[in-house]
Design a protein around this ligand. Structure first.
Ligand SMILES: NC(=O)c1ccc[n+]([C@@H]2O[C@H](COP(=O)([O-])OP(=O)(O)OC[C@H]3O[C@@H](n4cnc5c(N)ncnc54)[C@H](OP(=O)(O)O)[C@@H]3O)[C@@H](O)[C@H]2O)c1
Length: 305
């Protein structure tokens, strides 16, 4: 009897979008505490472009013998439940697989994960939008954890790239911790940024109490922080060197099921933004990477395997 297989997009020798190929790998049954999810949507994120380009291989974070998987976040439907897994077949779920060193990722027809690594998707939220929440929503929430509550009298926060997936969520979540948020974004993003409840600038002047830097302006963004203020980046280990008494921190996004459940509920209610630019089949993942690399998208490409 033939072993059943499923399709997944991987890179063997990472060299950008041209190196992405779709392969067949054996179907795996979920073990104790695990579920198998039929993936309906997997989001194309900047991180995936770094994997396909070999950046994370070059800094020693990937050591796969044959091929490296793409994709971290996903939404789909539980299609098999292992012993002791507390999720029924048919449950709509979203999840995040953290880490670069994997032989396949979420650009796949299915994935086996711990049942505790996915959370149910509210009925009101479609799976395409849900797939865009785990990585960027959790990153934003954990950036805001690093910022903490706004200090009294020193609450001016600049969010670079506020029209992007992480920045837009930070803009909303940081306000709830008392920050007066201004989003730095392109001129055409003014309406979107103001719609998040933030002020808007296309050209930031210095002297912010804190800067969060999803646009990865790095030293330029650090230069906008006042002496003794705070900088929070998204490139762990590659943050600009601290200066002038500024605290410098970077987020390393981790899975947090309670947090993700809350983010999904708030996305479903429209409190948090989730934008899908386009939906493509698995064998067009390379095209989605090329388009994402050009920049200027508002919303994500989502791969529907
Ligand atoms: N450390 C972690 O755990 C973690 C987790 C999630 C994400 N990340 C990283 O965080 C970064 C942001 O992710 P994202 O998903 O938010 O990316 P994104 O959706 O592409 O957003 C970035 C935004 O920044 C804008 N931008 C870039 N340069 C700008 C400038 N000079 N002025 C104004 N706006 C500018 C971009 O506009 P244009 O498109 O017009 O250039 C875009 O709207 C990525 O590098 C990602 O890899 C890290």
């Amino acid at each position: 009897m033939n072993t059943p297989t499923f399709r997944t997009a991987v890179v063997r020798v990472p060299n950008g979008p041209d190196s992405i190929e779709v392969i067949e790998v054996p179907v795996v049954d979920p073990g104790p505490g695990q579920v198998r999810v039929a993936i309906a949507a997997a989001t194309v994120n900047p991180t995936d472009l770094g994997v396909a380009a070999g950046f994370f291989h070059s800094i020693g974070l990937v050591d796969q013998p044959e091929h490296t998987g793409l994709g971290w976040e996903f939404a789909g439907v539980v299609d098999a439940s292992g012993p002791g897994a507390d999720l029924a077949v048919g449950t709509r779920v979203a999840g995040l697989v953290v880490g670069f060193d994997r032989n396949y990722g979420t650009y796949a027809e299915q994935i086996v994960v711990a049942a505790t690594d996915v959370v149910p998707v509210p009925d009101e939220l479609d799976l395409l939008a849900a797939a865009t929440v785990p990585l960027n929503g959790l990153a934003a929430a954990q950036v805001v954890d690093l910022l903490g509550d706004a200090p009294a009298g020193a609450a001016r926060l600049l969010v670079t790239g506020a029209a992007g997936a992480v920045g837009a969520n930070v803009a909303v979540l940081a306000r709830e911790r008392g920050w007066q948020v201004t989003g730095l974004a392109r001129t055409g993003d003014e309406g979107f940024v103001r719609g998040l409840g933030a002020d808007f600038t296309a050209h930031a002047e210095p002297e912010w109490d804190a800067v969060v830097d999803p646009a990865q302006l790095n030293e330029e963004a650090l230069g906008l922080v006042r002496d003794g203020g705070a900088y929070v980046g998204l490139r762990p280990g590659l943050e600009p060197p601290a200066e002038r008494g500024i605290s410098v921190a970077s987020v390393v996004t981790g899975f947090d099921s309670a947090r993700l459940a809350d983010l999904l509920i708030r996305t479903a209610s429209g409190e948090l933004p989730a934008r899908v630019h386009a939906v493509v089949p698995l064998d067009q993942a390379a095209e989605a990477h090329r388009a994402t690399a050009k920049g200027g998208l508002r919303g994500r490409y989502v791969v529907c395997p």
